[in-house]
Design a protein around this ligand. Sequence first.
Ligand SMILES: *Cc1c(COP(=O)(O)O)cnc(C)c1O
Length: 423
Amino acid sequence: MIRSNNGYFGEFGGRFVPEILLPALTELEELFFELRDDPAFWQEYLTLTQEFSGRPTPLTPLRRLSEQLGGAQIWLKREDLNHSGAHKINNVLGQGLLVQRMGKKRVIAETGAGQHGLATAIMSAKLGLDATIYMGADDIERQYSNVFWMRQLGANVVGVETGSRTLKEALDEALRDWAASVETTHYVLGTACGPAPFPELVSYFQSVISQEIKQQSMTQIGKLPDEVVACVGGGSNAMGAFSAFLDDSEVKLVGIEAGGLSLEDGQHSVRLLKGTGEPGIAQGYKTLFLQNDDGQLGETHSIAAGLDYVGVSPILAHLSQTGRVTPDSSSDTEVTDAFQLLMKTEGIIPAMESAHALAGGFKRAKTMNKNQHMVINLSGRGDKDIFNIARAFPQRDWTEFLQREAERSTDQINAHLATELAG
Ligand SMILES: *Cc1c(COP(=O)(O)O)cnc(C)c1O
């Protein structure tokens, strides 16, 4: 496991937050530093993930697809088989245990597409915590099914009406709440970003992924894999898939970002490649951010909501600068091709985010030989992406279906708003 130097990884990381939040971050860091070296705590975490989330997740060989590509033997680490359908649950369950240790009863989180909010609502129901989830008002409309489930699970979902009514404003609102409630409330950060100790803490819980890959490779392949490939949004599933291999220099670690439509400004979310992200300080930490010429945060694009982020884990920024992690990207069209190939040859429906890792991995696997092995981290399943995917593969037989669903969900939103206003 990588350890920070006082919250820093090379030049990246740190803790740039209002004074009032410092005691809570210090308390969290002290608790985390104490527990991460305690095998009993790790065992408690593993037991919770086994009993509740189905761990260990399988390592699945892609026999037909590898044969067809004619290169390396490809294996998938099946984080899609977690409860709630992605790796995000690993992190929130771990933070839930820390919240219990701190004696806090309330958690808050911000969410864009709703996946982290849903995972946080699930964890809070399981552990008996009060949850408040901040979400931009436009995101609420776009992701209404997640909002529905969060509320059924007992979470308080707060729509944020200011600014662009999306993730950025939800983040501001969550921080405002935290500043006012920090003594009783824990802020559940959803990825390996933000102020210290979050990047290190989230990577620690997600490292369960690579610890399992390591054991499973020894049993199923008989050696370590030659390459491990993961998609990079904030960087938590990638840090999870890489952490246990950092000292195994023979294992190549590849992080795939969203290449989007092109590498022109505003058309992608590639931060780690040379000439895209620039060092900067925002949202409480220092990392490579997409920025305009005047140093403002830049625009991003991705067909996968989970990869559409302007910053990136400071740990990955550091590891890619030192050369331990190789950054690469997949374009939207490469992603939809890989998506279909996996479904049709292997019967697995990936999340759009994970399909970036597939596209990047398949391209590389073709250049490798049959005795080499590649593990691709399948961070999540594709159920949540049904409309996105239908739009990406337009066909006559479902344009009508899409139209009907779009109208229906608008009706639902209107009905919902009407009840909210009446209540
Ligand atoms: C949220 C999400 C991601 C991106 O987040 P990371 O922190 O980069 O892992 C990737 N895949 C899926 C399925 C997600 O839900």
